[in-house]
Every structure is written in C-alpha cells, then in structure tokens.
Design a protein around this ligand. Structure first.
Ligand code: CA
Length: 225
C-alpha cells in the first residue's frame, strides 16, 4: 500500500511516517499543500493522510483539487480543528475519514487499515490464500499458524498480491504501490525481493503460490489441483 503523509509539523510527520513504514507500508511525505499537489499529480497513492492547516495551500484546497479528477484515492484528514463544521466540511469535500489531533498512533493505524481494506470490501483483518495468512493488523504472515519472517518489502508485496489475488499484478503496479521514496528505487530490483519472497513461501507451503503470467505480471493463487 502506497501512502502519502502531508503534515507540516515535522516531528509529528516523522513519527507518523516511521510508524507506518515499520508496518510495511510504502510512505512518501511532504510538509506543505503545494508539494502535496505535485506528488499527487505524479504518484498513485492508495491513501493520503492530510493535515488541514498547511503552508502554501491548505488541506481543503488540496482535497478539493484532488477530488476534481480522482475519487478513488482514500483521504484521511488530520486536524487540530475538532469542531463539527470542519469535520462536515471535510467529509463533504470528499474526505473518507477524519481524525482530530491529538490522536493515538494506534487509532491512526486502525483507521488507515480500515480505509485501505474497505476499498476492496474486505471484511476480515486476515487476508488468506490457501494455508497462507496475512494479518493486516499485526502486519505479519503465517502458514498454518507458523509465522514467516519477511522483510518490509516482502511484506508489502505479499499484502498487495493477496489483496488483488485472482488477477495478475504487473511489476510497474507493484513498484507504484509497494515502493516509496525512502530508498533508491533502482538499487534493488523488484525481482530480487519477489524471488526471495517466493523462496520463503515455497519452503513453508511446499508450493509457490505466486505465478508468472507472461506479459501480465504476478498472480497469487492457491495450490493447483
Ligand atoms: Ca498543520
């Protein structure tokens, strides 16, 4: 899942970004409304955590501009203004949720989880494919209850393929949703991470649930009959 955090309080921004990256989300961030609109123009985010009081362009302007062309990207507003009118204005302008400051990180994480999964009408916190399970709350994968030790990238790839199982996912799409600007995008090939993930899955499952569809991408499927 590719997230954008727009927050001008540097320390808060850093705390949020660090906690979300720890949960294997791919996270970009910026500190003002203009930078946010620039990023939203070129990147494809699953969800934006958007502060309202921002320099250069405020959060409401960012939200309204985004909504003129994009209804899909989830937007979670963060605001110190907890008045009902602000909340209503934000939701009317197309925000999907609203969280008043100060908040607990655990609550922010829960809202993000709910918003990113709601998009796929996923009811449970468990994503699964055969004996393979991914707990979206604990952010951990297991096979028959045995935990798998995965890197942040492998976790991100696995979650994305599980959410979209049944259809092929291209490398470009994975890069868009699993990678962020925190690392050199080109230093580590996505193939390396996928091959290492597949090795771990094969070792535990006894088969490889990730299939190559030539020209289409990677497809997550249960054991073939
Ligand atoms: Ca602010």
């Amino acid at each position: 899942m590719h997230l954008l955090v727009v927050e001008d309080e540097r320390e808060l921004c850093e705390t949020i970004v660090r906690s979300l990256r720890r949960l294997a989300y791919s996270v970009d961030y910026c500190h003002d409304g203009e930078a946010a609109l620039e990023l939203l123009d070129v990147e494809h985010y699953d969800l934006v955590v958007l502060d309202l009081n921002l320099p250069l362009k405020d959060g409401m302007t960012v939200l309204r501009t985004l909504r003129q062309r994009d209804q899909e990207t989830r937007v979670l507003i963060l605001s110190a203004r907890s008045e009902v009118e602000d909340k209503v204005e934000g939701l009317d302008a197309g925000a999907n949720d609203y969280l008043a400051k100060p908040f607990h990180l655990a609550e922010l994480e829960a809202r993000i989880r709910s918003l990113t999964l709601r998009r796929f009408a996923q009811q449970s916190v468990q994503l699964s494919c055969g004996e393979l399970c991914f707990d979206t709350r604990a952010r951990s994968a297991s096979v028959n209850g045995q935990p798998l030790t995965l890197t942040r990238k492998e976790t991100g790839i696995l979650e994305y393929l599980l959410v979209h199982q049944g259809r092929p996912v291209s490398q470009e799409e994975l890069i868009e949703h699993v990678w962020d600007n925190s690392v050199d995008n080109f230093s580590n090939s996505i193939r390396v991470h996928i091959s290492s993930l597949r090795k771990k899955l094969r070792a535990e499952l006894g088969y490889d649930p990730i299939h190559n569809r030539i020209g289409e991408g990677y497809l997550m499927e249960g054991e073939e009959a």
